[in-house]
Design a protein around this ligand. Sequence first.
Ligand SMILES: Cc1ncc(COP(=O)(O)O)c(C=O)c1O
Length: 384
Amino acid sequence: MHYFRDTWIEVNLDDISENYLKIQHHQRDGTKVMAIVKADGYGHGAYQVANHLIESGVDYLGVALLDEAIALRQSGIEVPILVLGWVAPEHAPIASKNGISLTIFQNEWLQQVALQENPLNLHVKFDTGMGRLGINDENEAKLIINKIKENPSLKLEGAFSHFATADELDSELVQLQKNRFSNYLSLINAEGLSVEMVHFGNSAGAIRFPDDEQHYVRVGISLYGLSPSEEMKSVIPFSLKQAFSLHSKLTHVKQISPGDTISYGATYQADETEWVGTVPIGYADGWIRRYAEKGHILVQGHRCKIVGRICMDQLIVKLPFQVDVGTQVTLVGKQADDEITIDEIAQQNDTINYEVPCLISSRVPRVYKKNNQIIETVNQILNN
Ligand SMILES: Cc1ncc(COP(=O)(O)O)c(C=O)c1O
């Protein structure tokens, strides 16, 4: 036992590898899946997800931060890793030392990095319509490509771009982005450089445009079993399995009388005699206050409404009848014939599914299952 609190996440690694194999199988020959494990694997645990997916065939990982890449190296992950975000040029030698590839899109950045002598793999990023990171000017693209060409310690390993609307079924921007990207690729060829790794598709792109010519697709959300958007659900030609579930145990059960109030602000008042239970999870765990408005929790297969305000470490749920202290409750996942999905919580709270698992803080232990057996438990509070 490596944790002492009664709230935990279960991550079913078999679901993640099944999702991966389906997405990989859906691609044209020659296109591989780069597993995106930034933000601690979308809250699922970057190392565990990466390690399991490498066993299943993944050979390239993507993260947002250099720190995330180094953490994976420190855990023993040896496959190539690309940092998708901006890394300060003075940290390029650290990336080089750890065999971590960096994203490049600024001439000034390159000028500062050019002095370093260690080999460094670079992926040039083009902004074709996302408006976030990336070169959006052909002259700057030429300048950067030529500077890389002239410097023997720098290798142009990859070229990429990122879709802004691939999860929207009738977006015209998608084709525009593809056209702009192929112009940039032609420009690289015209400058006499070849690129081993062209990558564009995110989950939505990988699912909707499997015939696109690219060496990798950068897949995040769908590896975890979630659809990139509600409208995309109708066009995903295979089933995805949500790998994440969240559970707790009641720490207190009591009967309250008409007029009794619950939690800060006394916003909930009982109309009748009723049973309530206290659940040890709160906004500091990422179960944010807003979830109280429409939120339910499964208790013995019954959907039970969250009542009153969610506190930092606890919340209160209205029970259909008396149950024992210690009864397991499910905030995300299945109980009996019912299921609370991540999508349901996202929809209720006007957000996207990505946000829900990412928000669950490191204070909640992660329990990893393979073949229905617990294979590892991670509790970041106790560093084990
Ligand atoms: C640059 C980049 N590539 C790939 C991904 C993966 O996207 P998705 O989770 O939609 O598959 C992301 C995620 O936001 C990203 O920022």
